[in-house]
Design a binder for this molecule. Structure first.
Ligand SMILES: *Cc1c(COP(=O)(O)O)cnc(C)c1O
Length: 479
């Protein structure tokens, strides 16, 4: 399709700007641009059609089944968007005095308390803008903790091999060295390997539980104990909180610090770059290091305050406020019972799909019940038919379904990681099961047809390496 710049014709602009209602002030000449900006000039109806066409080229959770594992692409209630867009929330200024923004501060205070309750933590910072940003913040808290005690030898973070890729990356960014521990045959952390890995240089452990195989590690309290006895702290990657919220708490498992992804679990749509939020919760021993400011409730009046030994700011102002409004609305509507019900339904849906497919597809960790997602290994199917995980994923697109996460976790070579989420109905799950079973049959009957898929998409199989390494994201006018 054409770019908005390609359909532009000089003089066809549709801009009707309101009159300026503040005094006009010209900036210094040094700040004035030398030439007019190259803005497209298009009548309003063409702008409308252009964006509609764009919207039809993409696939979102409102178009169909979107089982992208580890991403929790569930439906986010639209009413929360309306609430976040109320002028009282959307039009406040971050530099407004606290007395004039009490409602906004109350939202932040109530959300912090709710997240502390859900995660089993004592204090929360809402500042981080994403999951990985939360990880980085939490690791800095752990670093500050050790340094404040004069313990400079703790330079290593232990990360299991089933971790999300952001975990080792955040550890390195926070100045730590990463020590990998391998998984045991059940997909959990190998306890003997962990005991060997810890020592006086252990700053902490980073763990996702349920992990990226969709499995809850039954040894979790023992794992935390091993780390604590070695003098380290435990960080919980809570991006996968969806199947355990309201049922079990990272704080009770023994973790000292956690982030959650509001844009996965708590009603902010995602994919496409945000905004999101990755609040960090911590136990009392880390609270004084939290980013500044935090909101405190002093007898019904809300104030911004700097924690005693704050590590500073992680983001301008207070974080992504509109995302916080949506999360609080979601939590309040569901309530404690609804949150637990949501979690259980996400696990039920994943187990239902896994069991309806495991006679055809190989589930390498399918012995135990899964949590919110399960991993299929396409290697045996590829061996029989030549069709890979990529081919199965591409063929799904022809049925109006998004592909699952592919080739992740890395410990399963031809992985397809399926997370159906709790917002899909029984009928939708049955349809997805039927389609996956049909694709399995097609792989056997006509593998070339599957390998040539998708047959109906605007873009079929792009050069993904070039797209990732050399993306063209800017239109540059011809000179
Ligand atoms: C999504 C995810 C993250 C990272 O979250 P972002 O908001 O994308 O930075 C970290 N860990 C796990 C397990 C995740 O699923």
């Amino acid at each position: 399709m054409k770019l908005v710049f390609d359909i532009s014709k000089p003089g066809r602009s549709s801009q009707i700007l309101p009159e300026c209602d503040v005094p006009e002030v010209m900036p210094d000449a040094a700040f004035l641009r030398q030439s007019a900006p190259a803005l497209p000039e298009i009548p309003e109806v063409e702008v409308d059609r252009h964006y509609n066409e764009l919207a039809q080229e993409v696939f979102g959770v409102c178009d169909g089944f979107y089982p992208l594992g580890s991403c929790t692409m569930k439906y986010s209630p639209k009413v929360n968007e309306t609430i976040a867009a109320l002028p009282g929330f959307a039009k406040i200024h971050p530099l407004q005095p606290a007395e004039s923004a009490q409602g906004a501060l109350q939202v932040m205070s109530e959300l912090s308390s709710a997240l502390a309750e859900i995660t089993g933590m004592d204090a929360v910072s809402l500042q981080p803008a994403a999951g990985a940003h939360g990880e980085y913040t939490g690791l800095l808290l752990i670093r500050e903790y050790h340094l404040s005690r004069g313990d400079t030898a703790r330079t290593k973070i232990i990360v299991p091999d089933s971790a999300h890729g952001t975990n080792p990356a955040s550890s390195v960014m926070a100045g730590f060295e990463v020590v990998n521990v391998v998984s045991n045959a059940e997909g959990g952390v190998d306890l003997d390997g962990l005991r060997e890995a810890v020592g006086p240089d252990t700053a902490g452990l980073m763990l996702t539980n349920p992990n990226t195989l969709g499995l809850f590690d039954p040894n979790i309290t023992e794992i935390c104990k091993i780390i604590h006895e070695a003098g380290g702290l435990c960080y919980y990657d809570g991006a996968n909180l969806n199947p355990i919220m309201g049922v079990m708490r990272p704080g009770d498992m023994g973790f000292d610090c956690v982030h959650v992804n509001l844009h996965k679990t708590f009603s902010t749509p995602h994919g496409g770059g945000g905004p999101g939020a990755g609040p960090v919760g911590c136990k009392e021993l880390l609270a004084k290091f939290l980013p500044t400011p935090v909101v405190i409730d002093s007898e019904g009046r809300f104030e911004l305050s700097r924690p005693e030994s704050s590590l500073g700011r992680m983001k301008a102002f207070y974080g992504n406020f509109s995302v916080m409004v949506k999360a609080l609305a979601y939590i309040k509507v569901l309530g404690a019972e609804g949150i637990a019900e949501t979690a259980k339904a996400s696990a039920l849906n994943a187990n239902y799909m896994m069991r309806k497919l495991d006679d055809l597809y190989f589930m390498p960790y399918g012995q135990a019940p899964c949590m919110h997602e399960f991993v299929m290994d396409i290697a045996p199917l590829e061996h029989e038919t030549g069709c890979s995980a990529m081919d199965v994923a591409k063929r799904l697109l022809d049925f109006g379904m998004h592909a699952p996460t592919m080739y992740f976790p890395l410990i399963v070579h031809e992985a397809l990681m399926v997370e159906p989420t709790e917002t899909e109905s029984r009928e939708n799950l049955d349809r997805a099961i039927e389609v996956l079973r049909q694709i399995w049959q097609e792989c056997h009957d006509d593998p070339e047809f599957v390998k040539a898929s998708p047959h109906d998409a605007a873009i079929g199989r792009p050069d993904e390496v070039t797209a990732a390494r050399h993306p063209v994201v800017r239109w540059i006018p011809e000179a």
